[in-house]
Design a binder for this molecule. Sequence first.
Ligand code: SAM
Length: 275
Amino acid sequence: MVAFDGLPPLRQVLEAHGLDPRRALGQNFLLDLNLTGRIARQALPLEGQTVIEVGPGPGGLTRALLAHGAARVVAIEKDARCLPALAEIAKHYPGRLQVIEGDALRIDPSSLCDGPFKIVANLPYNVGTQLLLNWITVPEWPPRWTDLTLMFQKEVAERIVAGADDDHYGRLGVLCGWRTEAEILFDVSREAFTPPPKVTSAIVQLRPREDPLPVDLAKLEAVTAAAFGQRRKMLRQSLKPLGGEALLERVGIDARRRAETLDVAEFVALANALA
Ligand code: SAM
């Protein structure tokens, strides 16, 4: 039996290459090519585009990206056991798939290609947030990536898109809101994965803001870390180590407010007022 792209079904690929999923590598595979196709379509247009994929595994999403016209996919995979399966895909799409064996946490995606690129990935849940932070805190802005289409645990997805007064709002929401426009596109149920993870997942898409408010990233991180480190406390208490009431007064923010009520612009104002 073959799939729509003439390659074997993914369950057969797992068996043929002995790819029993490993929890330590966050391996929850998507074996339904209809679903990987739906994810790939969120990143359209793909024609003529370079896509960086993190964690291709047996290649379900990789195949969908190539079938939907990506000119070039550069896939970073930590698990060497996946390489033979990925080599079969590369052979099927000559010159369009490059697989790099390595740890995506240590690789700057912009070093892998010239020009603009997209990142599309079903991220390993244990390093997903750190990878996103790496990509949205690059010094060069706007970044070379044009959009990120990423699978996260739903709870993380909600933190990424959260704004002020939202229960999920925190440091991640401030950083993502500062530099990007982020939205949850759809949920993906546990049963869609092999093996099923403990919780529901969601696809998030982020696009860079052209003109994020100017601020020193280290200062923005210092303010959000202090404020959300004690999120139930009033800001005059949580921001005490950074100047407390005097700092808040300088930017005209009521010292009795709590971190979760401040929008991104207010966090930026506080960061810019830091000594
Ligand atoms: N894309 C495949 C799919 O959708 O079925 C696999 C997704 S699975 C959630 C995550 C993949 O990331 C696994 O193949 C795993 O080996 C790989 N991985 C885990 N940590 C990684 C890292 N630090 N760098 C690159 N790949 C990693």
